[in-house]
Design a protein around this ligand. Structure first.
Ligand SMILES: *Cc1c(COP(=O)(O)O)cnc(C)c1O
Length: 406
């Protein structure tokens, strides 16, 4: 068998996003032992950088050695015991996975459903919390990657606390792209992923638990059913002043990559990163709207990092994606579940979120859609995006790092 060389793509789907060359270079450094004092020092630095990314002082903040789905599972298995009740707000695919997690813990999920493309409705959540006074936790997704809708985490966490519930919040797509403020908002247990707005390799899941959540874990009557995700055991590996007990072997080189992506986030500054995601979204939006394409999510709830765009009548959406991949080496995402065939999901996540990619995507979509005779306004999108940047340039902002792909 020959060696594998991946094609050079521009990743504008729902994740993974493009890696910065600094992150790929970090990944390629020498592997050292996971109990090497230098690696232990790095673990501490990664924890500190994650505290910054999450905006928290929580000691229990570290990356689980597995993808975002494992971070999700880690939150549920540690906080839930058989017989518990959880209010789960669902407005897309990932809320459904929360329900699965709740049930597999032997707990009951009280579902609060909102239409796909809508944010979670705090009024419905409040009604559900009032109707289930014995509920222990409210769980929801801040940034629904399946639809591009953002929910109001601050308001939902407050509702949960007012009704004596803790919160589990999914910020896999939110973190790094849009504000996430663990301490200010009082989020109790949170998980994220590395391959979306952090622009790191897939396969790690940053999590953070506050004191309230840890108190619940300490008072469990039953053992956490997952040995690998037991937060007490994990913390003996990730925690404690330089003392580390072997639990599993951390994915050393992936941690190098995460460290580098977090160092870059710190260099840019969270507020600048959020503003950059917003600015590039605005340019892409102006371009698409000039083309005659429309967004699925209403403006106030629209995620800048995940752009869900309706497929024009009679257009074969899969053929468009194949052509983009073939001719432009550009990946965009398809709709999931109820939205399959009806939308494209265009990610402007992390390092992918830059003007070069906005222009590439608009130009490529314009050509491909025009080529198949789709009913769009051709030849105007890129100019409209330029105009959007020209307007935004009146506001000062950071330099955008150079891209990996072309
Ligand atoms: C991608 C994603 C996940 C799952 O992350 P994986 O790393 O693919 O396991 C969970 N929740 C949301 C909102 C996501 O976008």
């Amino acid at each position: 068998m020959p060696s594998f060389y991946p094609p050079r793509r521009t990743l504008m789907g729902p994740g993974p996003s493009d890696l910065h060359p600094r992150v790929t270079a970090a990944m390629a450094r020498d592997t050292i032992g996971h109990l090497d004092p230098e690696f232990i020092r790095l673990m501490d630095e990664v924890k500190t950088l994650l505290q910054y990314a999450f905006q928290t002082k929580n000691e229990m903040t570290f990356p689980v050695s597995a993808p975002g789905s494992a971070g999700m599972e880690c939150c549920f298995v540690n906080l839930l015991e058989p017989g518990d009740k959880v209010v789960v707000a669902q407005n897309g695919v990932f809320g459904g996975r929360m329900k699965e997690n709740v049930e597999r813990c032997g707990a009951t999920a009280v579902m609060v459903e909102d239409a796909w493309g809508e944010p979670v409705d705090p009024n419905k959540v409040e009604d559900a919390l009032k109707a289930a006074p014995d509920a222990k936790i409210l769980a929801f997704v801040q940034a629904e990657t399946s639809t591009g809708a953002e929910s109001d985490t601050e308001a939902l966490v407050k509702l949960a606390h007012d009704n004596d519930c803790l919160t589990i919040v999914d910020t896999v797509t939110a973190l790094g792209g849009t504000p996430v403020k663990v301490d200010d908002w009082g989020i109790d247990a949170i998980y994220s992923g590395t391959q979306k707005c952090l622009s790191c390799v897939p396969g790690l899941s940053p999590i953070s638990f506050n004191e309230r959540a840890l108190e619940v874990v300490r008072n469990r009557k039953t053992k956490v059913q997952s040995w690998f995700l037991d937060i007490g055991l994990l913390m003996s590996y990730w925690g404690g002043e330089g003392k580390r007990a072997y639990h599993h072997t951390a994915p050393i080189n992936a941690i190098y990559a995460l460290n580098e992506s977090l160092v870059m986030l710190q260099e840019e500054g969270l507020e600048n990163a959020w503003a950059r995601h917003r600015r590039n979204h605005n340019a892409l939006r102006d371009g698409f709207e000039a083309m005659g394409l429309s967004f699925v999510v209403e403006e106030p709830y629209r995620l800048p990092q995940l752009n869900a765009v309706s497929v024009p009548e009679g257009t074969d959406e899969a053929a468009v994606r194949s052509k983009l991949l073939q001719d432009y080496s550009l990946e965009i995402g398809a709709g999931l579940g109820a939205m399959a065939g009806k939308i494209w999901r265009i990610g402007l996540m992390g390092h992918t979120s830059n003007p070069k990619n906005v222009y590439l995507c608009l130009d490529a979509m314009d050509s491909v859609l025009t080529g198949i005779g789709a009913p769009i306004e051709s030849g105007i999108a890129v100019a409209r995006a330029k105009q959007s940047y020209a307007n935004a340039d009146k506001i000062p902002h950071m330099e955008i790092p150079a891209t990996t792909s072309n």
